[in-house]
Design a protein around this ligand. Structure first.
Ligand code: NAP
Length: 350
């Protein structure tokens, strides 16, 4: 099994390289700058690993970079501006594709643009193979098994500690700031709409006695969940306290002056909690919770396992949500030794 990592020299790319090496998977480092790729190869202790240079403006170069590989993990963000070229080249080369994107509109665009191309090529594409979308989408499927037909699914993301975002994540935030401020897409009655107000003003989060004020937030699973669940409304939320931080001006110069991303000690102190509240059309309710440390390290584990499973245990070709590509319980249980806990419990009916 051979996997190409595009954007291999970035902060997330290097974590993915380290995880591929730990799993003993043959790797090709791909990106647009040979010197940066060489530096990354040395930094992660893989100085002899194959490097291939390709710019996203050069389809043939990308295809050549992926030739002979079974899969591509794309870590080159912001994805809104460069991601589609990498998906197109992976499909043209016959490589299964996953990426670490959290840019909701980009994730939707991959579904809208590449479904038949991927199907015709016999390739499976799973965008947003990250710490949030994969476990939450898988849990949503298990919740729906209990409740379907489902009236509403609300996914609330909270991350505390951890030394902040990487420079790449901040660039993704800047590139999509208007969509973030508008609360992103909400799924309502068969279609996606932007600008829908938060369906709830506050949510009681695990371990907190008081309800936390929340606001609408563009999580990727709003795009993936309705592809495998009969549901009327899906919305993402986060703590309303984030709104102030979104108004902090962030210029390219400010981002460049910051560290590449949180160091290992900071990452260890980080804790994410993703809460999924589902309500059946009959008023029955259930809650799924996934919690763990280190969003970037967890994303590396999830992106590698997502690509590995597509190659070792092929899913249907096309652009798929995580729960369409993987067995939900098996994948969630795979994450437990990596410090991730997941639970599903019934909640009082409304
Ligand atoms: N849960 C989530 O949503 C989640 C979790 C983890 C990561 N992510 C996303 O992962 C992405 C990567 O983050 P990071 O911290 O690794 O960023 P980073 O350190 O800035 O690295 C970005 C990588 O992408 C490459 N790149 C950027 N623009 C490109 C373009 N137009 N053409 C070709 N290559 C390009 C860069 O190449 P150069 O060095 O040559 O510029 C670099 O290799 C971000 O978009 C982040 O939001 C999301």
């Amino acid at each position: 099994m051979k996997i190409a990592v595009y954007g291999a020299n970035g902060y997330q790319g290097k974590l993915v390289l380290t995880e591929l090496a730990r799993r003993g998977i043959e790797t090709v480092l791909a990106g647009r700058d040979i010197a940066r790729l060489e530096k990354a190869a040395s930094a992660v202790g893989l100085p002899g690993t194959e490097r291939r240079v390709a710019d996203t403006s050069d389809h043939e170069a990308l295809v050549n970079a992926f030739r002979g590989c079974d899969g591509v993990i794309n870590c080159a963000g912001p994805f809104t501006s460069s991601g589609e070229a990498v998906v197109r080249a992976a499909i043209a080369t016959g490589c299964h594709y996953v990426d670490t994107s959290g840019e909701q509109l980009y994730v939707k665009k991959v579904f809208d643009t590449f479904a038949s191309e991927a199907r015709n090529a016999g390739v499976t594409v799973v965008p947003a193979a990250n710490d949030g979308c994969v476990p939450v989408d898988l849990m949503a499927h298990l919740l729906a098994d209990r409740l379907e037909p489902v009236e509403e699914i609300i996914s609330t993301h909270v991350v505390v500690g951890g030394g902040g975002m990487s420079r790449g994540s901040l660039r993704s935030v800047v590139e999509t700031i208007d969509a973030i401020k508008a609360g992103g897409l909400t799924y309502d009655d068969g279609g996606w709409r932007s600008g829908t107000p938060a369906r709830h003003a506050a949510i009681t989060l695990p371990g907190r006695s008081e309800a936390t004020p929340v606001m609408a937030f563009p999580v990727s699973e709003v795009v993936t969940i309705p592809r495998h669940i009969r549901v009327r409304h899906v919305q993402g939320l986060t703590e309303a306290a984030l709104a102030d931080r979104l108004n902090t001006p962030l210029t390219p110069e400010i981002i460049e002056s910051l560290p590449e991303g949180p160091d290992e000690d900071s990452r260890r102190t980080q804790r994410f909690t993703y809460v999924l509240d589902a309500t059946g059309t009959d008023g029955r309710r259930a809650r799924g919770i996934v919690q763990g440390p280190d969003t970037y390290g967890t994303t590396a584990v999830i992106a590698v396992e997502s690509a590995r499973r597509l190659i070792a245990d092929p899913a249907d070709p096309g652009v798929l949500a995580p729960a369409q590509a993987y067995d939900p319980t098996a994948f969630l249980d795979f994450l437990i030794p990596h410090g991730i806990q997941w639970t599903i419990e019934d909640a009082p009916a409304t």
